[in-house]
Design a protein around this ligand. Structure first.
Ligand SMILES: *Cc1c(COP(=O)(O)O)cnc(C)c1O
Length: 239
């Protein structure tokens, strides 16, 4: 085993242990939580090693980095998640490799994603990114729609050809009433998810929790955690 492979294997084992013990503490089955490894800023060779080690879900946040990486890994059976703020001019590229876009936060993006997804053969999964710190009718600083805008966006995705409404995503806010209160933030996301599922029963994905707060997300009921640093190491640059 190369040094890098051994390092990633050890990190993955540690993250796996954290997820498993959080599931046990919450009385949840381990299979209820899917690990998505956020590979942003790391090379395709790391994605290949992760696949070798059993990872099947990876996430990226910038199309410029993700597109060549996904192309270099096209032979691997991986589900690619896009988790970054998305400009409509990047939509066509992103939909060529992404299976799920987790950062849907405005109607204009829904229209663009639908048009691009219709050109391809696969349906595109969409998560609505919720900004728990955004005021009514606004978007958050790191993207995301305010909680009171979720229903309208859900209806738009539900009606859009080529798109599938899979659920919700959030990033714990750095400001506002939920700053430093990850568990409360994720509980709030679960409430919004329950309301959403009343009208859209299949939209049952809840993507929450990163390297620093995955325990809180699993305790609250997240179905997917997005872990970068704890698997790959501290990123060489901002991303
Ligand atoms: C980078 C990123 C993550 C992973 O963050 P870590 O703290 O490195 O685990 C998760 N979600 C999103 C949206 C990200 O951009």
């Amino acid at each position: 085993m190369t040094d890098r492979k051994a390092q990633l294997a050890a990190n993955l084992a540690h993250v796996e242990e954290r997820i498993a013990s959080s599931c046990a503490a919450a009385g949840r089955k381990r299979e209820e939580v899917t690990l998505i490894v956020v590979t942003k800023t790391y090379p395709a060779s790391d994605v290949r090693i992760l696949h070798d080690l059993g990872v099947r879900h990876v996430a990226e946040n910038r199309d410029q980095d993700a597109a060549p990486k996904a192309a270099a890994c096209a032979d691997l059976s991986l589900t690619w998640h896009f988790v970054g703020q998305l400009q409509t001019n990047k939509v066509r590229s992103v939909t060529s490799y992404a299976d799920v876009v987790q950062s849907v936060d405005r109607a204009k993006l829904v229209t663009a994603l639908s048009a691009a997804a219709e050109r391809g053969e696969r349906g595109l999964g969409c998560l609505i990114q919720v900004a728990l710190d955004a005021e009514s009718g606004e978007r958050g600083e790191r993207g995301g729609v305010a909680p009171d805008g979720v229903e309208e966006l859900a209806a738009a995705i539900g009606a859009a050809p080529g798109l599938r409404l899979d659920g919700l995503m959030t990033v714990a806010p750095l400001a506002g009433e939920y700053a430093g209160r990850q568990r409360a933030a994720f509980d709030r996301l679960m409430e919004i998810s329950s309301r959403l599922r009343a009208g859209h029963p299949a939209a049952n994905m809840v993507s929450a929790g990163m390297s620093g707060d995955l325990e809180d997300a699993v305790a609250a009921g997240a179905t997917h955690v997005r872990v970068g640093t704890a698997v790959l190491g501290v990123r060489p640059r901002l991303g």
